[in-house]
Write a new protein. Structure first.
Length: 352
């Protein structure tokens, strides 16, 4: 398993959250996101009931991953930090480096760049996007981390990067809130908006809200790791395709867009005059990623069975065999994603 990325002086994601001296906390209602809540499997059921996004299945006594929309303010949604830590290495390896150069060009020509970049990271989780991107950009950066879960915001602040590519200072603040209420005013002064694994857990209205906010602020958006509905497992199994189709249908439950989200977002940005670039960003999971692959498999198969209960019996056999192959180092998985870079028209009228 790849090691979770460390930050300069910050170390790995800590075992317990805690404030950092440079952290600024805010209770502004801005965004955050996560998939629908998992339901625990019964003791006799080897196929867990999984949530949107094929994240981890909860261990006994462990709180599962989260809902996008929460009914009560006292019980905020939560991604299990262990799941986010497992996927950080493969996420970083998958993100499309080819989109960084055009992003750098745009950022270099932004008005007011001399004062440093202001970067809003939506649904930040434990802050992996900042740890990946900040060291790839030059100049002073101030990251504003948005999430609904204050627990994850603490993790993100503690493990935030401290230096840009050229050694300039990186600072951070956190804001708790909901992506559905994001507005251009919330992004006033933004140089860049980022997110990871966010679009596919949104509906059309929420994507329009996000796109309107970015276009209204005149800032680029780098939205990474959106699932596109394709998975490749080696060696192949006759049930692969049926499980994948059922999982994709599960992703579209209710009004969620799932694997259709990336195309909807591209169309929405283009309709508002943005230049849009899309690049593949697949997870490529091998023997060194066995822990992540096993968690992903449980969630992926569990979601498929939840969508199509008639799959339960063959899926139990399928999951047992796939987990055994994973443990033996014989399974390789490619989970296809896409990264989107949208270069909205600057609000000052420049075309750079």
């Amino acid at each position: 398993m790849r090691k979770t990325a460390a930050t300069q002086d910050a170390g790995l994601i800590p075992g317990q959250p805690g404030p950092r001296e440079t952290e600024t906390m805010s209770d502004s209602v801005i965004p955050g996101a996560g998939p629908t809540q998992a339901l625990p499997a019964t003791d006799h059921d080897p196929v867990p009931t999984a949530h949107r996004g094929a994240g981890p299945t909860p261990r006994p006594g462990e709180r599962p991953t989260v809902k996008l929309r929460e009914d009560g303010p006292d019980d905020p949604p939560r991604y299990a930090p262990e799941w986010l830590e497992l996927r950080e290495g493969p996420d970083g390896a998958a993100r499309a480096n080819d989109l960084i150069d055009p992003l750098r060009v745009r950022l270099a020509n932004l008005p007011g760049r001399a004062g440093g970049l202001v970067i809003h990271d939506l649904g930040c989780g434990t802050g992996s996007m900042g740890r990946w991107l900040a060291p790839r950009l030059d100049g002073a950066q101030h990251w504003i981390l948005h999430d609904r879960d204050p627990y994850l915001l603490h993790f993100a602040a503690v493990a935030s990067p401290r230096a840009a590519a050229d050694g300039s200072r990186v600072t951070v603040e956190t804001r708790r809130g909901d992506v559905a209420r994001l507005t251009p005013d919330a992004l006033a002064g933004a140089s860049l908006v980022t997110a990871s694994a966010l679009l596919d857990v949104l509906n059309r209205e929420e994507i329009d809200t996000l796109v309107d906010a970015c276009a209204g602020a005149g800032c680029p958006a780098l939205l990474t790791l959106s699932v596109v509905g394709r998975v490749e497992l080696t060696p192949a199994d006759p049930l692969d395709e049926e499980i994948a189709e059922a999982f994709n249908d599960h992703q579209r439950r209710g009004d969620m867009l799932g694997p259709d989200a990336i195309n909807v977002a591209c169309e929405a940005f283009a309709a508002r005059g943005a230049t849009v670039r899309v690049h593949p960003s697949p997870w490529r999971l091998g023997p060194e990623d066995a822990a992540l692959t096993a968690q992903w498999l449980r969630g992926w198969v569990g979601a498929a069975v939840e969508q199509r209960p008639e799959l339960r019996e063959p899926a139990e056999r399928y999951l047992r065999e796939r987990l055994a192959a994973c443990e033996a180092g014989e399974l390789r998985v490619v989970v296809h994603h896409s990264d989107l870079l949208a270069l909205s028209r600057p609000t000052d009228g420049t075309t750079s």
